[in-house]
Write a protein that binds this ligand. Sequence first.
Ligand SMILES: [Zn+2]
Length: 355
Amino acid sequence: MAAIRNVLTRLSSSLGLPRAFTQSPRSALTTLLYHRFVSPGGQVDAARERLHRQLDWLQQRYTTLSPVGAVSHIERGTLPPFSLVVTSDDAGTDLLDIWDVFHEHGVPLAVFPCVGWVESSSPLTDSPTLSRVIDLVRWYAGPERSVDLGKNWSFLLNPNSVDRTIDHIIGASQAGGEDYLAAAWDVLSAIPREADDPRSDCNWGELADLCRRGVLIGSHTVTHCRLAGCSDLRLNFELRESKRAIEARLAPCETFAYPFGTADAVSHRTTAAIIEAGYRCAFLTRQDFAPNHADIHCLPRITIPDDNMVDFDLFRSLVLGGHIPWQKIKGMALSGFYRCEETVLIASFLGEFAA
Ligand SMILES: [Zn+2]
């Protein structure tokens, strides 16, 4: 499937097809989204070489910006030609092997770690935080069990009803404070779970090092959840607690990247909550470029597949939007090909393409 998609992406880019489906990258912001630069067990030297070549090409063609710099231009309608922002989600430890390649090329890199994963990867030096406790619940994969913390504090641990349990714990911790968190940590941390071996997410110390070296750190929630499906309580926790933790440990956190940033993860309610929590902008995983005056709380990105999945020609085709026509056609088909509005939309796209 990936092979067919890659052929279509190259073909579409070389035929100039993206022009029929979106604006030119000359007059819009291109935001790249990386996940893994070096896959577990992958070759670090080869990954660094690949990245050098990619950044050489980007530097010759694009004006690289920080996310906040780019959104200021979008709001004013003053995007420089070929504007580019580079982002990376999930903060894998492979960042430590490649951050200096960005530094060397003078290309700003914005990283979006998931705070629960960072907490769980860091040594416990203080009393456990709510994020740390909730991370244990979020990824619990064992059989259903009842957890009794004493003092009438109890809840059910069940992989199928995690969201309800997390809502309960957020509410109970507000009333029970540190005593509640300490009791929950004692019980939950004693439950055996599959070890993440070797550790794959950056911890606070490593992110602090990256931050000192100029890498920008934004939020990617606490538990890597689908925000649109969350209760109001959880939505505010995910947005505010991740921001608070990053600001307490690292630096001001003004940018947000949606986990699963597709259309079903986003709603008017999530956008309002992101603005209310004090974020300047938010990124999706929808494949597109963002023109001047775009909605800065729903910014599309271009996904770059993990390290050795992408050769240089495919990289170039992706950056130039080769994947966008297929994503848009698929999106229209999934949202109801036979419905009247979509048929009109397709007709107008085809018309534009034919013109
Ligand atoms: Zn993610």
